[in-house]
Design a protein. Sequence first.
Length: 367
Amino acid sequence: MKRLLITTDTVGGVWSYTVELVSALHKLGFEIALASMGKKLNRAQRSEISGLSNLQLFESRYKLEWMNDPWSDVDQTKEWLSSIAEFIAPDIVHLNGFSYGSVKWNIPSLIVAHSCVYSWYRAVKNKDPESEQWSQYKESVSRGLEGVDYIVAPSKDMLDSLSSNYKVSFRGKVIFNGRNRHLFVPKIKDPYILTAGRLWDEGKNIRTLASIAHRLPWQVLVAGEGIDEISKGDVHWLGRCTPFEVGQWMGSASIYVLPARYEPFGLSVLEAALCECALVLGNIASLREVWGDSAFFVDPEDGEQLQDTLQMLIHKPWIRREYGERARQRALQFSVSRMVYSYLDLYQELIDRNKFNSNHREKTLCA
């Protein structure tokens, strides 16, 4: 087992996850074909993989399955990925998107379920999406889930939601995400509150934090795109930041807030925890699963509860420091090596099962 085909997208946290994974696999001597979709890599993204000599990048602008009217692009992506697989002959196909699972791979394959439209809608809108596009999305995701050998999710809550939303049977496993602790290091803490993420995403719920920012004695800093979605006057907008820049802001932040309605894992929370920020998070099952007693949890719809919790942490530095230390100790458990070796065990299991099935078929034919 030495050659992998891995898909990724360049739009959100899947890219950060992919960089951690392929960088570690590169050090272990794996040859990696990385197929990217969504849009072309930017300069910072290219820099993150520039030193990986065993990685071959296959780059595209194909739309992702959750984008508007993507289905022609999705079909083209399937053909494109099939041609890459035929060219490089991988031992494993590692998909970070659902629809591509329906390709007849004829080699061990898995999907990592980072998030999905149906679980997002149910968490944020309290209903299923109703348009024809999302019916097609559900059908495409279902076929993808049924087409691969294994489904991985970064939390049990996310894995359970797939069973609930798509009513298909699959082999599943939780593998928590990991982040390089050397990129996110605690520094001397300054009196400000930080949040990060796609500001237009109602699941991140940054608007609720922005709505109470003017009532807090500390400044609220926001890293991400989409400042038009919130009030510029109430927060200090940092704009889109590189991972290095985010790490610098997190290193000095005293409190990190993500009052999420939907977050299957939360890489930004992990980054902030590594930086020893006290965490204030949305009280949802996935975040409770990951962070346990290492964070404060608030009702995502209750701005007053969020304000009271932040006021308490601002005025009680001993509690703030204790929870910053708790968060970091918990975060150190989510190492890149733990994540990568969990995937290696799964890769080997899939290859061994494939060999067993092939040998069994041969014996059956010869009998």
